[in-house]
Ligand binder design. Sequence first.
Ligand code: AHR
Length: 487
Amino acid sequence: MTIDPDAVMAQVNRRVFGSFVEHMGRGVYGGLYEPDDPSADDEGHRTDVLALVRELGVSIVRYPGGNFVSGYRWEDGVGPVGRRPARFERAWRSIEPNVFGLDEFARWSAKAGTDIMLAVNLGTRGARQAAELVEYANVTGGTRLSDLRRRHGREQPYGVRTWCLGNEMDGPWQIGHKSAEEYGRLAFETANSMRAVDPTLELVACGSSGRSMPGFGIWDETVLVHCYEVVDLISAHSYYDPEASDLSSFIASSAAMDEQIRHVLSIADRVGRKKRMTKRLGISFDEWNVWYMGRHEAQGPNLEWRRAPRLCEDDYTATDAVVVGSLLITLLRHGDRVALACQAQLVNTIAPIHTEPDEPARRQAIFHPFALTSRHAVGDVIHSAAVGPTMQTRVHGEVPVYDGVVTRDSTTGAFTSFSVNRSTTHQLELVVDLSSLPGARVVEHLILDGGKTTTWEPRPAPWENASGEVALLLPPVSWSMLRLATT
Ligand code: AHR
């Protein structure tokens, strides 16, 4: 691998280290909020979870859903807790007590050190209620809803900048599912109503909810024909199920993410050109993760209406963590156009953090590549070129065995190389040519060995120095992080 330190591909956008909290399963109740837990603070927030969220290095959190938002009345979740209604929640068939809502989430976010990204309900509601939520959240005072927020104890507006115009509206599972024409019109109208309240908003249109959707591509194009002018980003979602394909295809999941990003961008740019717009849209990849979705589907609908049922509490392996690491590599490589990304989700439900009542919160295997990438991918994404073997996969065809990205922190001169060996059978020797990095020396090399399902955490691993290069052995199915200091 050669590195060209003068060729900056993109800035490392901190917002790619976003996450997602949905009122789904034990994500909120029993996850962020559990007043009876020994670790809970005076607002019922689990402090052990807060500490892990900070360690994970999450930058921004999308809230409150997901499918949940398409039936949600945000007013139910504000004001005196004793007066809030419990409701049947239709997306996940549970009881929503509404004890935790926007004001609680904002206070939790301040403790976690994360920015807020909100989604509005375009399933059962429309432009008026979305604009009202912006008024509640972002107007200083002197109007009915901004004064209501102040009466609820929050003087200053929240200043939430980034908003999703609905969620996965192309999905037949979505409450209030719409055709692309219907949604595109509604997104246009809603964007204008919200911006009339706060012109500084950054707005995300719902792209297609996945590459496997029959309307993928056509949906995005039709929606953008209606609303390109008034949105800034288009969303992309993708989950990778370890049990849906063969191992090699699963390990190479980032090839599918890469293709999805290119595809969505090419459609958005085509619409932009046809409309003679100079503005180019970015992608908000606001749901991505490894998800054992087949297991969830096999369970069928949750027939017992309960508060915070255990839903999709996947137990992750080191192999899953390698895939998460390589998905982050892809998001970083597309840093010029992927403006934001949210791992879905944060706690318990499809999540890197797991809790049980009265037990300390714990890190799942997928926690580690996220935390390390968020901590060490700083500054710029630098051009690097790797020459190496390819492999055949059933789902993605022929793909390179090596997947990687290099970043440089220009304030310290530190370079970090994130690498994945996708081979399920062979170790890979990675030889990094250091001739373009004067005085480079290795500070740290960590390997997460996905072939060893009992090894959850990245471990220090050896390297060999030769003149002007450093060589690493990457085991089959592994993720590695090499940190270099330069003079
Ligand atoms: O993250 C779980 C669900 O996956 C979300 O609610 C939905 O948007 C997606 O289908």
